[in-house]
Design a protein around this ligand. Structure first.
Ligand code: AMP
Length: 216
């Protein structure tokens, strides 16, 4: 059982690696970006509110995000362990997570930072596509679907590009990461929780490094 946070800039592979880590070990994957995109698609009040920030590459408010994760992490499927992808993204969010876990008599096992240079992140995000049904991630260059267009597991479904993977928004998201999220590296380092993993290279190699650093 592991409670782990995946840290790192947009496009570094947190979603892909987190999905695999969670599914191979039977842990819950808590992806705040995915939860928000779901809310946007369903036009819920949260989705309508969050979309404004998301489309601009800005962060959704801490209070909303903290409430969302507090609720989701209390679900029964998260009792046996969870992988957080995309949360925390600010120091107040990290503080709130700490408080919540402590209150439940739990603790975070590790915060794993995935790293890659900005040029690589931009390249990846522009080629990134996902299946709107199963959320499986593809890359048109390095990890294309079999027929170049549809999800391998849903042959009738066209892959889509995320609304915030446009060049302008990608640039903004990288700036926001540097300003608001990168300080979390020191935050977790000073608490002895940080593990660093090279996010460049083949997906399987990154996954192996990730599991090794978690002692799995
Ligand atoms: P992601 O899929 O993790 O790249 O998230 C997509 C977008 O959702 C981000 O650019 C933010 O607008 C929003 N978002 C996701 N997670 C958070 C969070 N923990 N705090 C604030 N905004 C978030």
């Amino acid at each position: 059982m592991v409670r782990v946070v995946l840290l790192g800039p947009p496009g570094v592979g947190k979603g892909t690696q987190g999905r695999r880590l969670a599914s191979e070990h039977g842990w819950a994957l808590i992806s705040t970006g995915e939860m928000l995109r779901e809310a946007v698609a369903r036009r819920t009040p949260l989705g309508i509110e969050a979309q404004k920030q998301m489309d601009q590459g800005l962060l959704v408010g801490d209070e909303v995000m903290i409430g969302l994760v507090n609720e989701r992490s209390a679900d029964t499927d998260a009792a046996g362990g969870f992988v957080l992808d995309g949360f925390p993204r600010t120091v107040p969010q990290a503080d709130a997570l700490d408080v919540t876990l402590t209150r439940r008599g739990h603790a975070l096992d590790a915060a794993v930072s995935l790293r890659a240079p900005d040029v690589e992140l931009v390249r990846r995000m522009s080629a990134r596509r996902e299946c709107p049904v199963c959320k499986r991630a593809y890359n048109l260059v390095s990890w294309p679907p079999r027929d170049g267009r549809h999800c391998d597991d849903h042959p009738d479904v066209d892959l889509i590009q995320r609304a915030d993977d446009t060049p302008e928004t990608v640039k903004r998201r990288l700036v926001v990461y540097g300003q608001q999220t990168a300080p979390l590296l020191d935050y977790y380092r000073s608490r002895g929780r940080l593990r660093e993993v090279e996010g460049l290279g083949a997906m399987d190699d990154v996954y192996r490094a990730l599991t090794r650093t978690l002692g799995l």
